[in-house]
Design a protein around this ligand. Structure first.
Ligand SMILES: C[S@@+](CC[C@H](N)C(=O)[O-])C[C@H]1O[C@@H](n2cnc3c(N)ncnc32)[C@H](O)[C@@H]1O
Length: 236
């Protein structure tokens, strides 16, 4: 019963034998046309609020929306006065559906930008799809400007995945698919950040919003475990 409530609200569900897992690029190819550039479910709303709570000023800054998808965080950066916004993603279809003018096809482990060239990196719900967290954080650490540069990174909480929840979506063919995901523990982020000369300055682990949950009649139990984890990393 609890999972039925959660399934209505957030794009995950317990694994079922018939649930097919797609590689990230294949999944987002099917999902892109119906993936709006805003927080379109309760998990994303909670995640976005947490990301914005850790945001430092962006006016006049060069901002990289990494694993940008359809551009949710790039658009928020524009609204906050960024001077330049660059979107990178490894899904051609997500990029096609993205309205940012400066965008390019790129994986998170090989960012096509110069060292120390970016003031702010926003990476929403992307790194969980990448197995090589160390390589991704090494790239974030390389392109980020020192002395004031910061990155906000959000991830599907490993508690969720390790409890059996999956990141799922319904494709145009009517089928529900799971998306490739790798649970990264806090210790994994800490080790990778340290190796990349990044400091984890803030971490938040928000739960499903209690107000939304009670409005939707969700059992209190659903709000007990955090659904996402959000990091603010700085380059000293
Ligand atoms: C859950 S969506 C989030 C999109 C956007 N950041 C947002 O928050 O609305 C995850 C995005 O990460 C991208 N992605 C997954 N693995 C990636 C990788 N290794 N390199 C770059 N982008 C990746 C996907 O193509 C997808 O657009």
């Amino acid at each position: 019963m609890l999972m039925n409530f959660l399934r209505r609200l957030i794009p995950f569900r317990p694994p079922r034998r018939e649930l097919h897992t797609l590689a990230s690029v294949d999944a987002y190819s099917k999902w892109a046309t119906t993936y709006p550039p805003n927080a379109h479910n309760a998990l994303m709303q909670v995640e976005e609020r947490a990301m914005l709570s850790l945001t430092l000023p962006m006016d006049g800054k060069i901002v990289l929306d990494l694993a940008c998808g359809t551009g949710r965080y790039g658009l928020l950066a524009w609204d906050r006065g960024a001077k330049t916004v660059i979107g990178l993603d490894n899904s051609p279809d997500m990029l096609h559906a993205n309205s940012l003018s400066l965008k390019s096809l790129s994986g998170v482990t090989a960012i096509p930008l110069a060292a120390n060239s970016v003031d702010v990196i926003l990476c929403g719900l992307g790194l969980g799809h990448e197995k090589r967290l160390d390589a991704a954080l090494a790239e974030i650490g390389r392109v980020l400007r020192p002395n004031g540069g910061y990155a906000l990174v959000s991830d599907f909480h490993p508690f969720m995945f390790l409890s059996g929840a999956r990141r799922t979506f319904q494709a145009q063919d009517g089928k529900t698919y799971a998306v490739e995901h790798y649970p990264h523990l806090y210790a994994d982020y800490h080790r990778a950040a340290w190796a990349a000369n990044l400091l984890i300055e803030q971490v938040v682990e928000p739960h499903l919003d209690v107000e939304t949950s009670s409005a939707e009649n969700i059992p209190a139990k659903a709000t007990e475990a955090p659904v996402v984890i959000v990091y603010r990393l700085i380059k000293p």
